[in-house]
Design a protein around this ligand. Structure first.
Ligand code: NAP
Length: 248
C-alpha cells in the first residue's frame, strides 16, 4: 500500500497499519518540510514526476491500494493520484477531514483564492495574522498597507515583498489559550487562514471567536471524488485484505 501523506490523517493511518502483519505500507512525502515528523512505516520523499511517474511507481512496487491522504489543499497531487490509480488498476481511497464550519459568534468571510483573501482585508491598514503556509505569501504583496504576522514551520524561501512583516516559526498543535495570548500580544485585527479542517489547527479559530476577531478563510479546492475519514479507510482496507485472503 502507498499512502500519500503530509497530513495528520496520513500519520494516523500509517500508525494503525504499522500494527497489521497483512499490510505493507509505505508513506510518501513531497519533501516540502525540512524536518518532517517521524513516521511508523517506511517513508519515501519527493515528487513522482507527474501521473506517468506515479503509475510507474505503483507498478514497480506492486502497489495494490493507493491512499491519497494528502492535505485538503494539495489539489494537484490528489488529481494525479485519482488518475494514476485508475491507470495502474489500484484500489483508490481518498482520506480527508471535514472542512471547518462557522459556529455562533464567528465572523468569517469565505474566499476562493489567496488573492481574494488579500483583497478582502480592505484598504485600511490592519494587523493581520497569516497562517497560510509559506508558499503563497506573495499574494499579499498587493496589500502592502497591512502589517503581517506570519507563522510557518520552515523559514521563508524568498522575500514575499511585504514591507511590514514579522515571521514566527512554530509547529502545532497549539492551544486556544496560547493562540489567544499571541493574538492579544501582537494586537491582531484579523486572521487569514485556509479552511484546512481538523482538530490540530482549529485553536486559532476558537481564539479569534473569543476575541471577537474577523477571519478570512480560503475555501478548500473540490476533491476529485468521495472522501473517507481514517476509520472508514481502515474498514475498507480490512475488507480488501479479507477479500484478497478469500481470493475474491
Ligand atoms: P500539490 O500542489 O498538490 O502537489 C505538487 C506536486 O508535489 C505533485 O504534483 C507531486 O509532484 C508532489 N507531491 C505532493 N504531495 C506529494 C506526496 N505526498 N508525495 C510525493 N510527491 C508529492 O501539493 P502541495 O500543496 O504543494 O503540498 C505538498 C505536500 O505538503 C502534500 O503532500 C501535502 O499533503 C502537504 N501539505 C500541504 C499543505 C497545503 O496547504 N497545500 C499543507 C500542509 C501539508 P509530482 O507531480 O512530481 O509527482
Amino acid at each position: 500500500m502507498l499512502i500519500l501523506g503530509g497530513s495528520s490523517e496520513a500519520t494516523a493511518l500509517a500508525t494503525a497499519l504499522a500494527a497489521r502483519s497483512d499490510v505493507r505500507a509505505c508513506l510518501s512525502l513531497a519533501g516540502r518540510t525540512a524536518a518532517p515528523a517521524s513516521q511508523p512505516v517506511p517513508v519515501r520523499v519527493g515528487g513522482f514526476g507527474g501521473v506517468a511517474g506515479l503509475v510507474d511507481h505503483l507498478h514497480a512496487n506492486d502497489v495494490e491500494i493507493l491512499v491519497d491522504a494528502t492535505h485538503p489543499f494539495a489539489a494537484q497531487m490528489s488529481r494525479h493520484a485519482a488518475v494514476a490509480a485508475r491507470e495502474a488498476d489500484c484500489r483508490f481511497i481518498r482520506v480527508s477531514r471535514p472542512a471547518w464550519r462557522p459556529q455562533p459568534g464567528d465572523r468569517w468571510t469565505s474566499v476562493a483564492t489567496m488573492g481574494e483573501a488579500a483583497v478582502a482585508l480592505g484598504a485600511t491598514p490592519r494587523r493581520v495574522f497569516l497562517t497560510v503556509g509559506r508558499l503563497q505569501l506573495d499574494a499579499f504583496a498587493v496589500a502592502p498597507q497591512h502589517h503581517y504576522l506570519v507563522r510557518t514551520i520552515d523559514p521563508l524561501d524568498a522575500d514575499p515583498g511585504l514591507p511590514s512583516l514579522r515571521v514566527i516559526r512554530d509547529r502545532g498543535p497549539f492551544t486556544v489559550e496560547a493562540e489567544e495570548r499571541l493574538m492579544r500580544r501582537e494586537g491582531i485585527d484579523v486572521l487569514v487562514t485556509k479552511n484546512s479542517g481538523g482538530a490540530a489547527a482549529a485553536a486559532k479559530l476558537v481564539a479569534a471567536r473569543r476575541l471577537g476577531l474577523p477571519v478570512v478563510l480560503v475555501a478548500r479546492p473540490e476533491p476529485p471524488g468521495p472522501e473517507l475519514d481514517v476509520a472508514g479507510a481502515l474498514a475498507l482496507i480490512a475488507d480488501h485484505r479479507a477479500s484478497a485472503r478469500r481470493g475474491v
